[in-house]
Write a protein that binds this ligand. Sequence first.
Ligand code: PMP
Length: 421
Amino acid sequence: LNLTERDQKVIWHPYTQMKNALPHIPIVRGEGVYVFDEKGKKYIDAVSSWWVNIHGHSHPYIAKKVAEQLNVLEHVIFAGFTHEPAVLLAERLLPILPGQQDKVFYTDNGSTAVEVALKMCLQYWNNKGIPKTKILAFKNAYHGDTFGAMSVSGRSIFTDAFNGLLFDVEFIDLPNEDNIANLKSQIANLKSKTACFIFEPLILGSGGMLMYEAKYLDELIFACNEAEILTIADEVMTGFGRTGTYFACEKLTNKPDIFCLSKGLTGGTMPLGITTCSNKIFEAFLSEDKLKTLYHGHSFTANPIACVASLASLDILLDSKTLQNIKRIENKHAVFLEEIKSHTKVKAVRHTGTIIAIEWETGNETSYLSSLRNLLYAYFLDKGIILRPLGNIIYILPPYVISDEDLDYVYSAIKSALEEI
Ligand code: PMP
């Protein structure tokens, strides 16, 4: 049996049990923007492998730091003990987050970073003797697939199997000029029951790379502040340079109370999640009363290797060369979209920072079951490009090291797909 067949016998992959799913391609090596399969075929990873490898694959600087840490301290329980990589990472990260963020809580991935944020908010009000159980979120949002994160994800494909078992969530439309006044009064009416509002700032990723303007999010955060509803920015996808600034919330005047970070945090080398908050929230958990503690902690919390990988990834991110690369990609994307936006098969184009989305005229199902989606996916794989269309929406979200030549190659493949599919 070859590796794909052995895999098929023993492994349950995410999202691919539906009939006609393509076989899994064995990948043996990654370097920069490329991954290579066992036959030596090279693929451009145009989606940074589920949006995590911001500096590309097997970055030598991160690899060196990780290898060094592996020989010093690979892991230690984080209850009752601490270590330099965890403290240093918190010290370096908190000052660059928008607004006043004072404490880092470590978890394992994006979903658990969200889970912690929700628990922090629900328990915050409980600890203050004002229990609130409702949560506010956007329709079409995606925040992860653990139970809390799933509850606030407004995507029925992920939640229908669990109806009746999820949190009490009110889903609201993305804000625009026409509905902002209504959304604000909706928030004001929810005041007494609602613990928090969780949102993906500026771009709903899995929901179809749906983009909305910072000025309206600013108004929603302001309305939440007035209504004593805590605000959670899920920057799991948008964090670490994706939208052209280090964090999407830098574009806001009103800053959120809590941040969720993961994906690009470690540069895609190791799993790690972070939830941050201000001392105002932290202090509501400080008490003689044991029940006011946040009882949450995972075996791999603050893994030192993952923290060192994050520190190395931050070093690269904060280097001026990376910012120049982000700007370069942003500018090239804009030129490309200008070129194709009037094509008859293009329904809409969207762009923020290093992310672009192109919506195909036909098909409107942002699902993995859509036949157009599978056609497009296979078409680009054949051309040596990893793109993961969301139904009829293609998006590019590349590592920042992608060269102009490789970007041009991806653009030209999209142009030929527009002619051929
Ligand atoms: N939040 C957002 C905005 C995401 O895009 C994702 C993952 N796509 C998550 C949370 C969940 O992260 P993870 O897959 O690491 O659990």
